[in-house]
Design a protein around this ligand. Structure first.
Ligand code: GLA
Length: 376
C-alpha cells in the first residue's frame, strides 16, 4: 500500500498494570508493568484541511486549527492531545495536517490503570501512522511522556507510556527507568489470576500529592548527595546509607527515601521470583509494598487499605496491594483461579457494606501494546 494514500487509521491503545515497583520510575529504578486487555479505540481520518475535531464517546468534543499555536485548555483530557501535538510539532510540524479522531473506550478513568497514557500514546501512534511521521517507538514514548509531564503538568515517570507502547501479550516488562533498558519475562502466575478491584474513588489529592512526592524524593536525594555524590537516583541508594543519615532527614522525607530504596530491591527480587515460579513468595512482596506505600509513602487511602486488609485472611488470595499513583483507583490481587468469582462477590459485598460504594473488577489478560491499522 502506498504510504501517500493513507486516509484512515484505527488504533487500539491499552491500559497497563504494574506488578510491583510503584513510584519508582521517576526515581530511576526498576518497574514491572504490562499492557492489558482494556483499551481505548481511536479512529483517525484526514480532513484534508487545517481543521481538527476530536470527539470522545463520553467526554464531548473539541475543535482546533492544526496550524495555530495550541493553548492549554480548562478541560483536563484535551490537554493530553494538545500536549502530544505540541511535542510532535517540535520536530515534524510541516508533516501534520487536519484530522478527525473519534474515541471509544472500555478503560475506566481514574482507576490507576493509565487511561491517560493510553490516550497520549494512542494519539501519538495514530498521528505517526496517519501522517507517516516516521517516529520510532522510543520517540513515541518520549512524546507521550512529555505531553503529560510538561503540557498537562503531572510530573510522571515514563513507566506508563513505556508499557502502553512496548507491552507484549503474556509478558511482563522489567524496565530500568534510568537507562530505559528492558527485558520481557513470562507472565506465568501458575494457578493464579490477576484481578483488579476498582474502589471507584479517585481522591482529588492524586495529582497534587504526586508532584509533592517527586519533590520530597528530590529533597531526600540532595541530602544524600551532600555526602555521597556518586548516587544520581534515589532508587540506587542502599538502605544502610539512608539509615546512617537518619538524623539529617525530616521524618516524612526519611520514610520516602526508605520506601524507594526498598521498593526498587523488591522489584528485582519479584522479577526473579516470578521467573522461578515462586508465585506465593512474590505475593508476599506485594503485601510488603502495600504496607510501605500506605505507611511510609502515604499514597494510599482508607478504601484501598480496606480492600487489601480484606484479603489477608483469605488463603486463596496470595498477594494484594494498591496499584498506580494512589489515593483511589485499583488494588491488584493474585487470586486462585477457581476462587475468582467468589472473591469478587465477597469483596463487593464487604466494600458496599463499609463504604456504600459499588466495587468493579477486571480479570486481567496481559496483551500487546498499542496497535494501529491503516486504510486508504
Ligand atoms: C502514575 C505515573 C507513573 C508512576 C505511577 C506510580 O501512574 O503516571 O509514572 O509513577 O503513578 O508508580
Amino acid at each position: 500500500m502506498s504510504k501517500k494514500n493513507i486516509n484512515s487509521v484505527t488504533v487500539f491503545s491499552p491500559g497497563r498494570i504494574n506488578l510491583i515497583g510503584e513510584h519508582i520510575d521517576y526515581n530511576g529504578g526498576n518497574v514491572l508493568p504490562a499492557a492489558i486487555n482494556r483499551k481505548l479505540n481511536l479512529n483517525f481520518n484526514k480532513t484534508h484541511s487545517n481543521l481538527c475535531l476530536v470527539e470522545s464517546f463520553d467526554k464531548g468534543k473539541f475543535e482546533f486549527d492544526i496550524d495555530k499555536p495550541l493553548v492549554k485548555s480548562d478541560t483536563h483530557w484535551e490537554n493530553y492531545i494538545y500536549g502530544v501535538i505540541n511535542e510532535i510539532k517540535k520536530t515534524c510540524n510541516n508533516k501534520l495536517g487536519g484530522f478527525e479522531c473519534f474515541i471509544t473506550s472500555d478503560l475506566p478513568i481514574g482507576a490507576g490503570i493509565s487511561s491517560s497514557a493510553a490516550l497520549s500514546c494512542g494519539f501519538s501512534k495514530g498521528l505517526n501512522e496517519l501522517f507517516d511521521l516516521g517516529l520510532s517507538d522510543l520517540e513515541l514514548i518520549k512524546i507521550s511522556h512529555a505531553a503529560e509531564h510538561d503540557f498537562v503538568g503531572i510530573k510522571c515517570g515514563v513507566m506508563d507510556q513505556f508499557a502502553v507502547i512496548m507491552g507484549k501479550i503474556k509478558k511482563l516488562l522489567i524496565l530500568n527507568c534510568e537507562t530505559l533498558n528492558y527485558k520481557l519475562i513470562d507472565a506465568d502466575f501458575k494457578a493464579f489470576k490477576i484481578v483488579l478491584l476498582n474502589t471507584n474513588v479517585s481522591h482529588n489529592l492524586a495529582s497534587s500529592e504526586y508532584n509533592i512526592r517527586r519533590q520530597e524524593c528530590n529533597m531526600a536525594l540532595s541530602i544524600i548527595q551532600n555526602q555521597y555524590n556518586e548516587y544520581k537516583f534515589l532508587a540506587d541508594v542502599p538502605e544502610k546509607i539512608i539509615f546512617s543519615l537518619k538524623k539529617n532527614f525530616k521524618k516524612n522525607i526519611y520514610h520516602r527515601a526508605l520506601f524507594v530504596s526498598r521498593e526498587n530491591k523488591r522489584t528485582l527480587k519479584a522479577a526473579e521470583l516470578i521467573q522461578r515460579g515462586k508465585i506465593e513468595e512474590f505475593g508476599n512482596l506485594m503485601y510488603h509494598t502495600h504496607r510501605e506505600l500506605s505507611k511510609y509513602y502515604e499514597v494510599s487511602c482508607k478504601e484501598l487499605d480496606f480492600l487489601v486488609d480484606f484479603t489477608k485472611n483469605i488463603s486463596n488470595v496470595i498477594g494484594s496491594r494498591m496499584m498506580g499513583g494512589g489515593f483511589g483507583g485499583c488494588t491488584i490481587n493474585l487470586v486462585q483461579e477457581t476462587y475468582v468469582n467468589e472473591f469478587i462477590e465477597l469483596a463487593n459485598k464487604a466494600y458496599k457494606a463499609k463504604f456504600n460504594i459499588n466495587l468493579s473488577s477486571i480479570i486481567v489478560a496481559i496483551s500487546n501494546g498499542v496497535e494501529a491499522t491503516k486504510t486508504i
